[in-house]
Design a protein around this ligand. Structure first.
Ligand SMILES: [Zn+2]
Length: 237
């Protein structure tokens, strides 16, 4: 991760210090409630943050199926694995701050995500437990040769698309939690450029292949709108 440190892209040292100061001030006043209060200001929507990204190019070209020779399922499989690895890595940068004490439930604003076990039983768990369950679940799937076949000629199962949808929904929960509960720490680490780029790529991909129900992603629509719309207008590096 350190070798991929985000370029500052116009974010001056002064701005970083201001951002860190804001984070520190915020943490002092943060109530000890079980979940983040809904009225909390969404710092990640401020232009000084949304303009920071690692790469600027047209993500719509990047997400589309690149050539007729590539099978749609192959393309979905390869992107699923890539997003899983990148989101796992992004979460790992703030995982020391995401504990059973700080995040007693898997929240994104007023939404609490519950884990459903293999029998469909709903269980409430802390955010780090939930993320661990997600990552373990996805790791198991993407390395299962019957579900994500890598050998030439081995077909994808008929359930493949529904599996992919499930994985993307879970990964979205992790991204939403990072923004809603750990954005200040991400800024302090100067990794908001990575997070914004990853999130934008993820949302553009999800929309292109219609992988998550809009009612699921609507809690982050304000950010998606800012990042995905402005992205197409940014041409300078
Ligand atoms: Zn957390």
């Amino acid at each position: 991760m350190h070798s991929q440190k985000a370029p500052k892209n116009g974010l001056t040292c002064k701005m970083v210090l201001q951002a860190v100061g804001k984070v520190l001030r915020k943490s002092k006043t943060k109530p000890n409630g079980k979940k983040a209060p809904a009225e909390e200001k969404k710092h990640y929507l401020e232009p000084e943050y949304t303009k920071v990204r690692v790469v600027d190019f047209d993500l719509k070209d990047l997400v589309a199926l690149p050539a007729r020779e590539i099978d749609l399922n192959e393309w979905l499989a390869s992107n699923t694995t890539t997003f899983f690895n990148l989101i796992n890595l992004q979460y790992s940068t703030i995982s020391e701050f995401c504990t059973g004490d700080t995040c007693q439930a898997m929240t994104a604003y007023n939404t609490i995500y519950y884990w459903y076990d293999e029998r469909g039983k709903k269980t409430k768990c802390t955010a780090p437990q939930y993320v661990d369950l997600v990552m373990t679940f996805v790791q198991k799937l993407v390395t299962d040769e019957d579900i994500f076949p890598t050998k030439y000629g081995k077909p994808f199962p008929s359930t493949f698309e529904s599996v992919v949808r499930k994985v993307f929904r879970y990964l979205f929960h992790v991204l939403a939690h990072i923004y809603c509960a750990h954005f200040g720490q991400t800024v302090a680490l100067e990794l908001q450029g990575h997070l914004n780029t990853l999130y934008t790529h993820f949302i553009v991909f999800v929309r292109h292949f219609n992988l998550i129900e809009p009612k699921e992603t609507c809690i982050m629509d304000d950010l998606s709108q800012v990042l995905c719309e402005t992205h197409n207008h940014v041409t300078e590096r």
